[in-house]
Design a protein around this ligand. Structure first.
Ligand code: 5GP
Length: 253
């Protein structure tokens, strides 16, 4: 296969130019990072699981009318997605206190919040993705008021969908992060969900035992990350029983 043009390499994914204008190939790596890449490891098979899980969530979202970038899965580690202009924000939705919210506000992890709380962080690794307010977002022109209205609506719809899907398989959706991007139609643009939705970007706790089934397993050294993600995929019926093992090497380029 001809060598493809790499557009961007992030901590967990590589983006290549897609076969048609307006498309991108998103390759899921096995690399795991935490604490702004201060902690790193290669977890064999993680990319395969996240490729499948993100496909599963994005397909489900499209089915209920939540627009997103997913077009189709290409192979074990790659999916074809729409090219978007990423809004430089990490949009976090929280149903229960955990992580930085618990630290910042002194709320015990696992405390149910009175309602879903949406937070915005400015996407900048060098700054550690700092929490920002809508005042910052408006003043620095990262998103318009219309964009912010659309982002809030998308975030809450994703939350309702994911919470329900997870609840059905005995998993509590504690919080998650999404990213959104603009797709243009002449002078107009609309916002769609982009990047990925996977246990890398969600907190998922078993409803009965509280066992963590997300990237906190890696961040906090709580066991085998691949086992946790495999359990999520198994419960959702995402990895077919006779699928090749997730460790099977995949050739690219
Ligand atoms: P916290 O702010 O508590 O660290 O994270 C809140 C939620 O957003 C968690 O589910 C976490 O996994 C997700 N999240 C926050 N920042 C990032 C990030 O830079 N990358 C990924 N993959 N997820 C993030």
């Amino acid at each position: 296969m001809a060598r493809r043009k790499k557009i961007y390499e992030g901590k967990a994914k590589i983006l290549y130019e897609g076969p048609e204008p307006g498309t991108i190939v998103q390759y899921f790596k096995d690399d795991a990072t935490a604490f702004n890449a201060e902690k790193k490891a290669v977890i064999e098979g993680k990319g395969v699981l996240n490729n499948r899980l993100s496909e599963f969530f994005m397909t489900g979202l499209a089915q209920i009318g939540v627009p997103n970038h997913f077009i189709k899965r290409l192979n074990m580690r790659e999916q074809l997605v729409r090219s978007v202009e990423i809004v430089p924000l990490e949009i976090i939705v929280r149903n229960y206190a955990a992580g930085t919210m618990s630290k910042r506000l002194g709320i015990e992890e696992g405390t149910q919040l009175p309602r879903p709380i949406v937070e915005y962080c400015y996407k900048d690794d060098a700054l550690g993705d700092p929490l920002v307010t809508e005042e910052h977002i408006a003043a620095f022109g990262w998103a318009s008021q219309q964009d912010m209205d659309d982002i809030l609506s998308l975030a809450l719809r994703v939350n309702d969908f994911l919470s329900g899907v997870m609840m059905a398989v005995g998993i509590r959706l504690v919080d998650f992060k999404i990213e959104v991007g603009r797709v243009f139609d002449g002078d107009f643009h609309r916002l769609i969900v982009a990047d990925e939705i996977s246990p890398d970007s969600c907190r998922l706790w078993d409803i009965d035992t509280g066992q963590k089934l997300d990237k906190d397993v890696f961040r906090r050294d709580l066991g085998d990350l691949k086992d946790a993600y495999t359990e999520v995929a198994r419960r959702l019926g995402v990895m077919p029983k006779n699928a090749p093992p997730v460790t099977k090497p995949t050739l690219i380029n």
